[in-house]
Design a protein around this ligand. Structure first.
Ligand SMILES: [Zn+2]
Length: 331
């Protein structure tokens, strides 16, 4: 669900200005723990060995309990490193649009998946990531999250990072949309994901549909302390007619760049099919996956949280045509 992307240049200038204003920078990426061990990314089980904390944090809202099993695959791709992202000021990642934050080391990749959650394909992607004991960032579409909240809960339970990709995948560069409608797309998207996750706010990670970055929305995301994810390597999986094309695209580009944030779509069937071999090739090529975690969750806006619940009630009031509800069976 992506289209070609005209005008990829001006937004970069905008972002540079924002950075020049001193909003972003030094602390955007801090290294959490440098560990090649999968266990580093495991949730609470190894809590006793965790770093000491200054003060007890407030109790988190109810959320899916992680069910990620320990890694039993000795040849797994795994997680090379976990980084924590301070999204203050809305830092931009991905060299296609943002050049400043060059934090990946040689042979490091970040796996990202857009447009889900979707039946069959998203669960297949999750299965492969689990088999390879590795992780990615998911950028769900708000509407899809409301269709399939249980699938999105599985993404969270598996320990992956979750951001947002607008409410309806509207092109935010579309001049027919008012500024308010663009903001609505962003905010409603985050609120929908939060709703789907049972009230647990996702990461303040956002990806524009089709990587089209209207400057005023880049600025708006900065004011909301939401990080923007472009990419370094586009798999063009949405154009691929078979899995092998995706594998070839990614490997060719990653070998050329040496590292990068890889854009894929868990929405796409061929991507789900390509992933097992692609991850094996990355492992064989000596690449390491970097997990990107948000320092704090996104702060959604209450009005949008309420609107989502209101909207979801609408279809239950029967939008079925009379003929599908009432049929004459004898007269
Ligand atoms: Zn998309």
């Amino acid at each position: 669900m992506a289209t070609p992307r005209p005008g990829a240049g001006f937004e970069f200038e905008e972002n540079k200005m924002r950075i020049a204003a001193g909003l972003i920078f030094a602390s955007a990426v801090s290294l959490l723990a440098l560990s090649a061990a999968w266990s580093q990314a495991l949730p609470p089980a190894k809590g006793a060995a965790a770093a000491p904390q200054a003060a007890p944090a407030p109790a988190p809202p109810p959320a899916p309990v992680s069910t990620r099993p320990p890694c039993n695959n000795p040849n797994a791709l795994g997680i090379g490193r976990t980084v924590e992202i301070d999204t203050t000021g809305g830092p931009g990642f991905g060299f296609e649009h943002f050049k400043e934050l060059d934090f990946l080391r040689d042979k490091e990749v970040v796996l990202t998946f857009d447009d889900g959650p979707w039946p069959v394909n998203t669960p297949a992607v999750l299965k492969t990531l689990a088999e390879e004991c590795t992780t990615g960032i998911f950028f769900p579409i708000g509407k899809h999250a409301t269709y399939y909240p249980e699938i999105l809960k599985q993404v969270m339970a598996a320990g992956h990072s979750i951001g947002s990709h607008t409410w309806s995948h509207a092109a935010l560069v579309n001049k027919k949309l008012t500024e308010q409608q663009r903001k609505d797309e962003i905010e409603k998207g985050f609120s929908a994901v939060k709703w789907a996750l049972g009230g647990k706010a996702p990461a303040p990670f956002f990806r524009f549909p089709a990587l089209q970055h209207p400057p005023e929305m880049v600025t708006y995301l900065g004011s909301r302390n939401i990080a923007i994810f472009s990419c370094d390597l586009d798999s063009f999986d949405f154009k691929a007619s078979k899995a092998q094309t995706i594998i070839d695209n990614v490997m060719r580009k990653v070998e050329k760049n040496g590292k990068g944030i890889i854009l894929m779509h868990d929405f796409q069937k061929h991507t789900a099919e390509a992933l097992p071999e692609l991850l094996k090739k990355l492992k064989a090529g000596g690449y390491k996956v970097v997990a990107m975690r948000a320092k704090t969750p996104v702060q959604t806006i209450a009005q949008y949280d309420e609107d989502i619940v209101k909207d979801l009630k609408l279809p239950t009031v029967s939008s079925r045509p009379v003929s599908s509800v009432v049929q004459t069976i004898s007269e």
